[in-house]
Design a binder for this molecule. Structure first.
Ligand code: ADE
Length: 234
């Protein structure tokens, strides 16, 4: 998988690939990371990349010209590149998107800055547009990294133990059951006694009950989806 980050601030992104799982994935040649800076494509004599919005409104908008040229160049070099724009005005990114995108060969993440990106660039180049939640970040870089991280774990070989992909929150709309580490007793706090007794079928039912409790408390709308799915499958 190749990732190309189209951003005015590549430094904000680079550090994330310098440690841990994604660093190892690069070393194993499972991932390759590239950067394109729209400023390098600006035809403005001062390399300006933003301007006031046509029709008024607060703040500056990222100009169309540098982004048009940068993305045109990217498409010319690889006609299969899948171009994803990050903006709060979009479909929310979910786990199924992570699984689907993990099958692509080249994804470009376009991060907006200022008050947004000229809509014509999105219309012309976006294969998909994602938001990572109902809040406004200072730019799309963190959002690109969130999507990139979530989908990278679904690429074969990236996680050391692919079992960790098997029972995960959101796969069946249920949040995962709580996990505990050793020691079994810490600061006079014990792990649930059933976890210690070694009866795997009992542990599985307890974990299922705890998953339902957590989902009901934190994400009641997901529990409804889960129950609808179960009754549909019966
Ligand atoms: N850019 C700014 N806020 C964002 C968000 N919530 N999701 C994606 N991109 C963004």
């Amino acid at each position: 998988m190749t990732y190309t980050f189209v951003t005015l601030f590549p430094n904000l992104i680079e550090g994330y690939f310098k440690d841990s799982i994604l660093k190892r994935a690069i070393e194993k040649d499972l991932l390759q990371v590239k950067y394109v800076n729209p400023r390098d494509y600006s035809k403005n004599k001062h390399f300006k990349v933003d301007d006031t919005a046509v029709g008024g409104g607060a703040g500056m908008v990222m100009n169309s010209q540098p982004l048009f040229d940068a993305l045109n160049d990217l498409r010319q070099k690889d006609e299969n590149v899948h171009i994803v724009f990050m903006t709060p005005v979009a479909k929310p990114f979910v786990q199924n998107d992570a699984k689907r995108l993990a099958k692509k060969s080249h994804i470009a993440f376009v991060s907006g800055r200022y008050e947004g990106i000229d809509e014509r660039v999105i219309e012309k180049y976006a294969d998909e547009v994602f938001s990572i939640g109902d809040y406004i970040l200072t730019g799309g870089e963190l959002a690109s990294l969130v999507v990139c991280d979530a989908l990278s774990r679904n690429i074969d070989g990236v996680l050391g133990n692919s079992d960790s992909l098997e029972v995960e929150s959101f796969e069946s709309h249920l949040l995962e059951a709580p996990a505990f580490s050793k020691p079994k007793l810490y600061e006079s706090l014990s792990v649930p006694s059933e976890y210690l007794k070694g009866n795997h079928s009992k542990i599985r039912s307890l974990k299922y009950a705890l998953s339902e409790c957590k989902t009901k408390f934190f994400r009641p709308e997901q529990l409804i989806k889960h129950r609808t799915r179960i009754s549909y499958e019966k």
